[in-house]
Design a protein around this ligand. Structure first.
Ligand code: HEC
Length: 294
């Protein structure tokens, strides 16, 4: 899981690495598509060729765009890594340069890509000196109603009751000698807890701090991979910085988000979060005391 952009960046680097050393950009194909790719610069001054030393993170980027309103901004950071170090690059988008805007991003040393249209697939090119790299950006078209539904669920105000969320983990916690508090008097709410209970800068539940899931962490996940994370608690890139996977996998199952429409809404909302660095940790003292976390 992406502790930082570099965590997930490894995935992107692997994808970018699928392009052969020394091949021209035009000869470079992404792992999922065999369609020919437009060269960045194929001749003349500034000609560049695909170089193994230059990689774009994320090698595959995913975002969204609301077509019937301009109220929301969809951004995703991209870094051109030259020999592992962020480098200043010339960024272009093919076939439609106007479909996105590139803004220097001091936070990552790369560029912030702002999505300006629902063009479903773009090639994003970075040129550093004579080296070029190419990534793909996929944009999911959405409506204002999608975003509103995602916003409503994300910020639904339902508290994280340890006696409810933790109940999914009852056997594991009992084994570790942790007694769960009882559920609230009225019973556990039907809706899952607000995502703000654990995520963002100021999570309300107090267990976690600074666990971000903005596009800087999640922009390399497909829509379906994101859905699997928040509905099924599955994430093939998970690292164990915060919580052991076996625990997270059991509680991070917000099964009230149970229709394709609700799931898309949450994906669209997550894609609209402002990209932020993650600088967080776990505040789950009871798990430390029980030896589950170091
Ligand atoms: C009880 C606390 C809690 C709640 C509530 C919660 N999450 Fe999480 N979530 C976590 C933890 C812990 C992680 C994993 C942190 C880590 O190790 O990266 C996580 C990870 C994620 C990730 C992956 C982030 C990454 O860097 O790869 C996404 C996406 C996510 N959560 C979405 C949601 C959504 C959407 C909701 C609300 C429907 C939600 N979460 C509610 C605790 C929570």
């Amino acid at each position: 899981m992406g502790r930082s952009i570099l965590g997930l960046g490894v995935v992107g680097a692997l994808v970018a690495g699928a392009c052969a050393v020394g091949a021209t950009i035009g000869a470079c194909s992404s792992s999922s598509s065999s369609s020919p790719v437009t060269p960045v610069v194929d001749s003349g001054p500034g000609a560049c060729s695909q170089s193994d030393s230059l990689q774009i993170l994320f090698g595959k980027m995913y975002s969204a765009y609301v077509t019937d309103s301009t109220s929301h901004t969809f951004q995703i950071p991209a870094i051109a890594n030259l020999n592992g170090v962020p480098a200043t690059a010339i960024w272009t988008a093919v076939p439609d340069q106007g479909a996105v805007r590139f803004t220097p991003d001091p936070a990552t040393g790369g560029t912030l890509v702002t999505v300006l249209s629902a063009t479903p697939t773009l090639k994003i090119n970075a040129q550093v000196g004579s080296a070029c790299a190419q990534a793909e950006l996929q944009v999911t078209a959405a409506t204002e109603a999608d975003w509103q539904a995602g916003n409503a669920r994300y910020n639904n105000g339902v508290p994280v009751y340890p006696g409810c969320v933790g109940a999914k983990l009852a056997p594991e916690l009992a084994e570790a000698g942790i007694d769960l508090p009882p559920p609230p008097d009225g019973g556990c709410p039907d809706a899952g807890p607000a995502c703000t209970g654990c995520h963002g800068d100021m999570p309300t539940a107090g267990f976690f701090q600074g666990v971000q899931h903005t596009p800087e962490q999640t922009g390399g996940f497909t829509d379906q991979e994101l859905i699997d994370i928040f509905v099924n608690g599955t994430d093939h890139t998970y690292d164990t910085t915060y919580v052991p996977y076996e625990y997270w996998h059991v509680f991070h199952t917000w099964t009230d988000i149970d229709t394709p429409a609700k799931q898309k809404a949450m994906v669209v909302y997550l894609r609209s979060l402002k990209p932020m660095d993650e600088d967080g940790g776990v505040n789950f003292g009871v798990l430390h005391d029980a030896g589950i976390l170091d």
